[in-house]
Design a binder for this molecule. Structure first.
Ligand SMILES: [Zn+2]
Length: 195
């Protein structure tokens, strides 16, 4: 029958789309209880680099990431006088991705490099002390691949905070290892090829 054939073709078309690796679901600022930044004070930029950070402090199991983000937003604005959370994306212990500062706005830093043009990713925890888990590593790869594709960032422009600053060990030795041995670059290249 004509109708069922059309329905079948439609189903095939839809399932064909579903074969692509799913983009990571990102928890929005509104969903974690944050408030948007003042656009009038924002420094707009164009993404050319992807740069990895860590929290630099222990993130205890059982900590509510949403509460952590609300605290980070308040501290960033009230104590540091920044526009917002310095990072555009934050990855928790389970590899869940949260929206931070609007990616249209350049980030902020305590060190001397200019983060303008950089998509900034923070992974919670202190990787001078602990190892990143596989869920976190997978989330970093997926998010980097998504950003690389969306903003046409070459994999050579994937690096980390300490690659731009001599004043920090960020993202911590145990996470930096994956930057240094090109794990992230290679995994992102594979993801982009697979699409
Ligand atoms: Zn950093």
């Amino acid at each position: 029958m004509k109708t069922s054939l059309a329905a079948l073709l439609l189903t095939l078309a839809i399932s064909g789309c579903a074969l692509k690796p799913p983009a990571p679901a990102v928890v929005s600022v509104a969903e974690w209880g944050g408030t948007p930044a003042d656009a009038a004070k924002a420094r707009r930029h164009t993404i050319t680099h992807i740069t990895l950070h860590h929290q630099g402090e222990p993130f205890k199991a059982g900590t509510d990431p949403r509460q952590y983000l609300r605290n980070l937003q308040t501290w960033s604005r009230n104590t540091k006088g920044w526009l917002d959370i310095p990072y555009h994306y934050i990855i928790d212990l389970e590899g869940k991705v949260y929206e931070g500062r609007d990616i249209a706005y350049a980030g902020d830093t305590n060190t001397e490099y200019d983060p303008s043009g950089h998509a900034l990713i923070e992974v919670v925890g202190n990787f001078e002390e602990v190892e990143p888990n596989q869920a976190q590593l997978d989330a970093v790869v997926k998010l980097m691949a998504l950003l690389a594709k969306k903003y046409r960032v070459p994999v050579e422009h994937i690096a980390s905070h300490r690659d731009y600053s001599n004043n920090t060990v960020c993202p911590g030795a145990n996470l930096y290892r994956y930057v240094q041995n090109s794990y992230f670059k290679e995994q992102v290249a594979l993801q982009l090829k697979g699409e």
